[in-house]
Design a protein around this ligand. Structure first.
Ligand code: NAP
Length: 519
């Protein structure tokens, strides 16, 4: 395979850097597949072009027009689907199924937001909720409205979802009327680059609506200004660096952080060996731990099991995990490929060493592929003391590794244990006992952005807790970053300014697009 040069798309044209290029590898063979270099690219001008040219063009369009752009982006990505899947196998170590998960997630999210936008119609104004009389006279009227922010939407994305990670953010920002400047993680940027090429060439986006930084961000973030929005996905450590940047603080730049998460699965005390709820759990836990080699922000890290069921769960889950073939992700019978980078492999090994301080290893998969590649076995741990296992609850091992934590079966205890993770993206409950589910949900919800309730009634219809849906919020409190993406229009509002209008009712409603100002 030839080594491809990843370019950046700035100021409406493709540009290559003129410095020391980063090398991107195939994680299965460790061979170099691409280089990425952004040295010398004028990030200030790139942002200015996006704001001035792209922002102006997008704001001139109605929601329906922008929805049509998203629909076209979805179609263009769909047309390039096979190429993008193959790229992700080569530059991500993804099995074809893992790669489809990412690429189809991108296609589906763009299409879902196209549908939402179409319903908003031929308007540029967006009212927020109902208006209300502000005083005794019905003439003095209050109404909240949303307007697109005047800056650029800058995305910094993680390595694990080069297509979907971009699409989640871009669908919301473009529908809101903001131009996007997208910086994928360098290590897996080849998929994002190829997707951008297709979008730039075929999606009919106005000039400046989309820019792409193919590698290191350089001084991009130094140029952020008050009307810009920064949307970040990645580690809590990088999130912290961005949050504490002086311009972000001084100019109150809107920042959304999607970060680490010690996601939890909770099995209810009603669940028995052989039950539908337990088989659903086993199927979903095995998939969740190994899909994308566990490099999924929503992947389960902690599994809370009533003490009496722990041995059965270890045996049954271990048997399922043991049946997963690890190897070349390009082979159809491979169930799990390598980790995405060498650094990632080292990081997972470090995490495993930390877990070993608090937990016993109860399952390790066998049969790794050949000598090359960033492969890591699937591992299951059992916490020694559920309440005093700091690494289990606070260290996210971003790989095919999870820990079983015994608990009493009490829903409030489950909530308190989930809370030791200090905030997560998703927690799931496997139970058919309505009273347990209600109490456990109440105890878990403050600690998590999404609660996935699984049981016999929905067993045929669920897609597992790891799937992020465009109409449900993705994000979580505390360690998970405190941010929110998607969730239908909630994600769009992040790229808009909410303003309270107060004045003569016909004028206020006219501006808000509710009635003509003359009525
Ligand atoms: P990372 O090391 O934090 O990198 C994320 C992104 O930040 C990359 O694009 C990286 O660029 C960039 N970056 C790093 N330092 C930067 C700086 N000082 N200024 C500007 N940009 C900077 O995270 P990762 O290893 O890619 O991803 C793994 C982590 O992401 C895991 O902890 C996982 O939980 C989290 N994650 C969370 C979600 C979610 O939705 N909550 C989703 C996916 C992943 P370079 O690649 O060029 O260094």
């Amino acid at each position: 395979m030839t080594v491809e040069t990843i370019e950046s798309y700035v100021e409406g044209r493709w540009a290559t850097g003129k410095g020391q290029a980063a090398k991107l590898a195939n994680p299965t063979t460790e061979a170099e597949v691409a280089t990425a270099d952004t040295h010398g690219i004028d990030m200030g001008k790139a942002l200015a072009f996006a704001r001035e040219t792209g922002g102006k063009a997008l704001r001139a369009l109605t929601f329906k027009d922008r929805a049509e752009l998203l629909f076209k982006m979805s179609q263009v990505t769909h047309k390039a689907r096979e190429e993008l899947i193959e790229t992700e196998v080569v530059n991500g170590g993804c099995t074809r199924s893992d790669a489809k998960f990412d690429v189809d997630g991108a296609i589906g999210t763009l299409a879902a937001y196209a549908d939402l936008g179409k319903k908003l119609g031929d308007t540029r104004a967006l009212a927020d909720g109902e208006g209300l009389a502000l005083g005794r006279s019905p003439r003095l009227w209050g109404q909240h409205v949303y307007s697109p922010k005047l800056g650029a939407a800058v995305f910094i994305n993680a390595f694990n979802f080069p297509a979907w990670g971009f699409a989640e953010k871009a669908a919301c920002a473009l529908l809101a009327g903001m131009p996007v400047v997208s910086k994928p993680a360098t290590a897996t940027a080849l998929t994002a680059y190829r997707m951008t090429k297709h979008l730039v060439e075929h999606a009919g986006l106005p000039a400046g609506a989309m820019s792409f930084i193919g590698g290191a961000p350089g001084d991009l973030l130094d140029h952020l200004d008050v009307q810009d929005v920064l949307a970040f996905t990645g580690s809590a450590a990088t999130g912290h660096k961005l949050r504490t940047r002086s311009n972000v603080i001084e100019r109150s730049i809107r920042l959304n952080v999607e970060a680490d998460s010690l996601n939890a699965m909770v099995i209810g005390p009603d669940v028995e060996v052989g039950s539908e709820a337990l088989s659903l759990f086993l199927r979903e836990a095995a998939k969740d731990m190994t899909q994308k080699t566990g490099q999924k922000c929503t992947a389960v890290r902690r599994i809370f099991v009533p003490a009496a069921l722990v041995d059965d769960v270890i045996a049954e889950l271990g048997a399922r995990l043991g049946a997963i073939k690890i190897g070349d992700p390009a082979s159809n019978d491979t169930g799990m490929g390598p980790l995405a980078t060498k650094a990632q492999l080292e990081e997972v090994k470090r995490g495993v060493a930390l877990l070993e301080k608090d937990a016993d290893r109860v399952f390790t998969s066998e049969g790794l592929a050949g000598a090359s590649g960033y492969f890591h076995p699937i591992m299951l741990f059992r916490a020694r003391d559920p309440k005093s296992a700091p690494h289990v609850h606070t260290h996210e091992v971003f790989g095919p590794v999870a820990t079983i934590v015994p608990y009493s079966g009490d829903p409030e205890e489950a909530g308190a244990l989930v809370g030791l993770g200090q905030g997560c993206l998703v927690s799931s409950i496997y139970s058919d006992d309505r009273a347990f589910i209600e109490r456990a949900t109440g105890a878990i919800a403050p600690w998590t952005g999404r609660v996935y309730i699984a049981g016999a009634k929905v067993a045929e219809h669920t897609m597992g807790p790891g799937t992020v849906l465009p109409l449900s919020v993705h994000g979580g409190p505390g360690r998970a970053g405190g941010g929110e993406e998607l969730g239908g229009m909630r994600g769009v509002f992040h790229f808009m300014q909410r303003t309270a209008l107060q004045g003569y009712r016909p004028i206020v409603e006219g501006i808000a697009g509710i009635k003509a100002a003359s009525t």
